[in-house]
Design a protein. Structure first.
Length: 382
């Protein structure tokens, strides 16, 4: 191997793992050498917020804020100014133009995406233009909710390829809220295992999580707001769910599969052969019992029990210590009543209930996206 080939090979190694490789470059100095293609940044501007539409990244940070009480007119003015500040900070971080040197230049590789949502309490106090169904969730049997870990006037989610930019950006956003008289209510970090593009990540029980998400057509009907002032908006339902990982792992694999309704190895439903086969809740065994047990998680959450309604799930795992690990359930839907119907069935008889404890909850209207020159929330005032 000659010196030029050694240098070219070293340059590729220095580019680091996880960087895509482009087409072969044919030139006198680089013939036959595949050069790395830098990752592209997630666009911030667009009709929908990228925190819902972009592929999930390995790291997330959820933040919720309480805003200072104010008269309706003053509160609207302050909120409008705050949303403009948040829009600017998020756009600069994504675009690599942030004044903070800790964020400068790393935007494409960081793959930052974000969403900003309005809580039902703030919407009610200020008479904001949010969907009519926006409301906090009712209490469910078995809930052990900590009010300090849920709710909030503003709910934000940041996602990125690693934790570093999330910590810096969260600091900036919290400072912007504080400057307008608000305060951090709660914060929660989460993570995903690194998985090949297009594959479903696994949760801490080891099962694939997010397999049955809606396709584009179903999402237009069940996830995104209808044409009008809420078009391209959606509703986030957040649940912090502690998982008893050791107790669940102690079950035989067949028992875990029966409780979940899917196979651990390939994620296929018990009625199918591949991960994305539609679970058939009506298929029976020769003895007349259902192949998907009556208490199986997949059965109870089936769209067939809810008129075909689907939700978009983008969950993350969390680890806050040996006795507090679990799932950050983040799901998006047109109307939070969709989640209420599902969770009511699950709370009644889900086979996973002995291994789960819901410890926090929040609901927020995820604002439509913003075009360049605009600010998030431009439709809230009418």
């Amino acid at each position: 191997m000659d010196r030029r080939a050694l240098l070219a090979g070293g340059a590729l190694l220095a580019a680091g793992a996880g960087v895509g490789v482009g087409a072969l470059v044919r030139g006198p100095e680089t013939a036959g050498v595949a050069l790395p293609v830098p990752p592209s940044a997630v666009p911030f501007h667009g009709p929908r917020q990228a925190g819902v539409t972009a592929p999930q990244e390995p790291a997330t940070q959820l933040l919720a804020y309480d805003l200072a009480p104010a008269a309706t007119s003053d509160g609207r003015t302050a909120l409008r100014a705050l949303l403009a500040d948040l829009t600017r900070l998020l756009a600069e971080a994504v675009g690599g133009t942030a004044a903070d040197a800790r964020l400068a230049g790393g935007a494409p590789a960081s793959r930052i995406s974000s969403l900003v949502g309005i809580g039902p309490g703030l919407a009610g106090r200020l008479g904001l233009g949010v969907p009519a169904g926006l409301a906090d969730l009712p209490a469910f049997p078995g809930d052990r909710l900590d009010p300090a870990r849920g709710g909030g006037d503003l709910v934000l989610q940041l996602c990125a390829a690693d934790r570093w930019p999330l910590s810096v950006l969260a600091e900036q956003l919290t400072g912007a809220v504080a400057a307008k008289g608000g305060a951090l209510r709660w914060a929660q970090s989460g993570f995903l295992p690194r998985t090949p593009t297009g594959t479903t990540p696994r949760n801490l029980f080891g099962y694939k999580d997010g397999t049955a998400n809606p396709g584009e057509g179903d999402a237009e009907q069940w996830v995104w707001g209808p044409p009008g002032p809420h078009e391209h908006g959606t509703v986030l339902v957040y649940r912090r769910i502690r998982m008893d990982i050791g107790a669940f792992a102690a079950l035989p694999e067949a028992g875990r599969d029966q409780a979940m309704g899917r196979r651990l190895g390939d994620g296929a439903p018990l009625t199918g052969t591949a991960e994305h086969d539609e679970p058939d809740i009506y298929t029976k065994n020769p003895d007349g019992s259902y192949v998907l047990p009556a208490t199986a998680h997949v059965r109870l959450s089936s769209p067939r029990l809810d008129g075909g309604a689907r939700i978009l799930r983008r969950g993350y795992s969390y680890d806050d210590g040996p006795t507090d690990r679990g799932l950050l359930f983040c799901a998006f839907m047109r109307d939070p009543a969709q989640f209420t119907r599902i969770q009511s069935r699950l709370a009644a008889k889900d086979a996973l209930n002995p291994f789960l404890e819901h410890t926090a909850s929040a609901v927020a209207y995820v604002l439509p996206g913003v075009e360049e020159g605009g600010a998030l929330g431009d439709r809230l005032w009418s």
